[in-house]
Design a binder for this molecule. Structure first.
Ligand SMILES: [Zn+2]
Length: 213
């Protein structure tokens, strides 16, 4: 698979300290993908890095809901919400992008989950919206305006923000390739379920070694 600088883009999902081992919501082996992603990024002329960027008291924090524990799900009036440890609080070190990702290679940093009352796993749409429609981040239109037609994804976590971003990218009409070796999951044991969802959306899996720069 040859990278076409004109029509290909790389989406680096949430490569932030809090999602790496030792972080507030550390994903096992998340550190293993940092250097390979950092080396790959300069091969693309469009690189979008998403950054989970929550205000204190965010709806996704278990601590916001008295008596609730992280890694569980609750029913809110707007729909189900997974609960997490406090993570990626805006402006903290945990929320910073990993410095190995070369700043010069990143075209756009897209911050998400910035509103207290709504979570956003996807780079393209918030998780829920007032009338059942998920508000757009504008990323799809931005990529299209730059002539991007195919999107490669890597980052964290495979089963949440990478999964939903990949599905939404396919819905937006992009050809989608998830770089399997450049992702890690919170719940690796649920891999089959995630892969079925990706396949149903039309997202392909590939490994970064197959990319020709
Ligand atoms: Zn978050």
């Amino acid at each position: 698979m040859r990278i076409d600088p004109g029509s290909d883009a790389l989406l680096v999902v949430d490569l932030q300290h809090d999602f790496l081992p030792g972080g507030a919501l550390g994903v096992a082996e998340g550190d293993r993908i940092v250097e390979p992603l950092a080396r790959l990024a300069p091969a693309f002329s469009t690189v979008v890095a998403t950054q989970d960027w929550h205000p204190p008291g965010h709806v996704s924090f278990a601590s916001t809901h008295p008596g609730r524990e992280p890694y569980a799900s609750i029913a809110l009036s707007q729909g189900p919400q997974e609960l997490w440890p406090d993570h990626c609080v805006r402006g903290t070190r945990g929320a910073a992008l990993h410095p190995a990702l070369p700043d010069a290679a990143v075209t756009l940093v897209l911050r998400k989950g910035t509103r207290r009352e709504v979570d956003s796993y996807s780079a393209f749409r918030e998780n829920v919206g007032p009338d059942g429609r998920r508000p757009s981040t504008g990323l799809g239109a931005w990529l299209s305006a730059r002539g991007v037609r195919r999107l490669f994804l890597g980052g964290l976590a495979r089963d949440f923000c990478v999964r939903v971003s990949a599905v939404d990218a396919a819905v937006e009409g992009f050809e989608v390739v998830v770089l399997d070796d450049l992702t890690r999951a919170v719940f690796p044991e649920r891999r089959d379920e995630v892969d079925r969802e990706l396949a149903a959306a039309g997202a392909r899996l590939a490994v970064s070694q197959d990319l020709i720069r």
